[in-house]
Design a protein around this ligand. Structure first.
Ligand code: APR
Length: 320
């Protein structure tokens, strides 16, 4: 079987970590791309020199030319600027929207058959714009956030209860912003819903509320600590799990910013929902039942995303 090709558009903090993980997991050959010439080539050379120690065969190359994306099976997009302390993800909208225009055109021209995973923030609006700019089918373009938000929630739960991460399953829906919707009813420890864990007295309601808020603020907490740049290890790991599910047709059920065309009563918007990812891209959007409080929180999150999409249409009328 021919080796797969994974192209990474943006070779910064996340891009470099993505390349490393893709190589270590033997997902295929990796092409690092960036507008800053030298950076992708330098990172590719450095990573290639780790191959003899790590024992991976995938070739890692760097480029500043879109033509080198040709034939990519998966493209992961991190091109753009990250947050600085005090900034919200939404503050990045205008500048990163322009970047999505360039990236979308490059993908359309050289890799129209790829499965595209967007990480650039503000995530839901950027993946929406990237799909429009690229013209790729909406089931082949997704946003990474849900896996990351759920992974953060998972970590906080396991850490608080002092149990193995293996037995914790946590679930976050909605947009990748302050309005995201962590769902305790659908989050479990060895099958026991968090709501029952609170009833049993294993975790207090206050502690659960604190963890939910910390999950919502997960990205900002790291921006505040790093001071320059934003989180990159967990975002990269999250995107790689989606790429792997597609490349190996694993059909994992993962929360992703997916295009909705009527599901959950939402149209022409990308927002975090559970989906099945396999060889056909997003093979199914799973519509879980929400109680009234969950539905209200989800609706609020969808409205926030729709507001950002409207802002994109004002800046780039071609998207309207
Ligand atoms: N085309 C290609 N690459 C670009 C472009 C462009 N038009 N504009 C910027 N870049 C590159 C930068 O040169 C930089 O190397 O994107 C890279 C971004 O890397 P970092 O600044 O290190 O940011 P990173 O931490 O990787 O985050 C990237 O993901 O989580 C989000 O909010 C985050 O939007 C940000 C993105």
């Amino acid at each position: 079987m021919a080796r797969k090709k994974i192209a990474l558009i943006g070779s910064g903090q996340i891009g470099g970590t993505l390349a490393h993980l893709a190589a270590l997991k033997d997902l295929g050959d990796v092409v690092l791309f960036d507008i800053v010439d030298g950076v992708p080539q330098g990172k590719a050379l450095d990573l290639s020199q780790s191959a003899p120690v790590e024992g991976f065969d995938g070739k890692i190359t760097g480029t500043s030319e879109y033509k080198d994306l040709a034939g990519a099976d998966v493209i992961i997009v991190t091109a753009g600027v990250p947050r600085k302390p005090g900034m919200s993800r939404d503050d990045l909208l205008e500048i990163n929207l322009k970047v999505m225009g360039q990236v979308g055109a490059g993908i359309a021209k050289y890799a129209p058959n790829a499965f595209v995973i967007c990480i650039t923030n503000p995530l839901d609006a950027m993946v929406w714009a990237l799909q429009k700019f690229s013209g790729l089918p909406s089931n082949k373009v997704i946003g990474m956030a849900g896996v990351l938000d759920s992974s953060r929630f998972c970590h906080f739960i396991a850490d608080e209860l002092n149990v193995s991460i293996e037995d914790v399953n946590a679930f976050v829906m909605g947009g990748h912003g302050d309005t995201m919707v962590p769902l305790p009813r659908y989050s479990t420890v060895a099958g026991i819903p968090l709501t029952d864990i609170v009833k049993m007295g294993w975790m207090s309601k206050d502690k659960l509320d604190e963890i939910i808020q910390r999950t919502r603020d997960g990205g900002a907490e790291i921006v505040g600590l790093l001071k320059t740049g934003s989180a990159f290890y967990a975002p990269a790991a999250s995107a790689i799990s989606m790429a792997e599910s597609y490349l190996k047709d694993k059909k994992r059920v993962l929360p992703a910013a997916a295009f909705l065309s009527g599901e959950y009563g939402v149209r022409d918007t990308y927002v975090g929902v559970p989906v099945v990812i396999g060889a056909d891209g997003v093979e199914k959007v799973i519509e879980i039942s929400l109680n009234s409080a969950e539905q209200k929180a989800f609706d609020k999150s969808v409205s926030a995303v729709e507001g950002l999409i409207e802002a994109c249409k004002k800046i780039a009328p071609a998207l309207a």
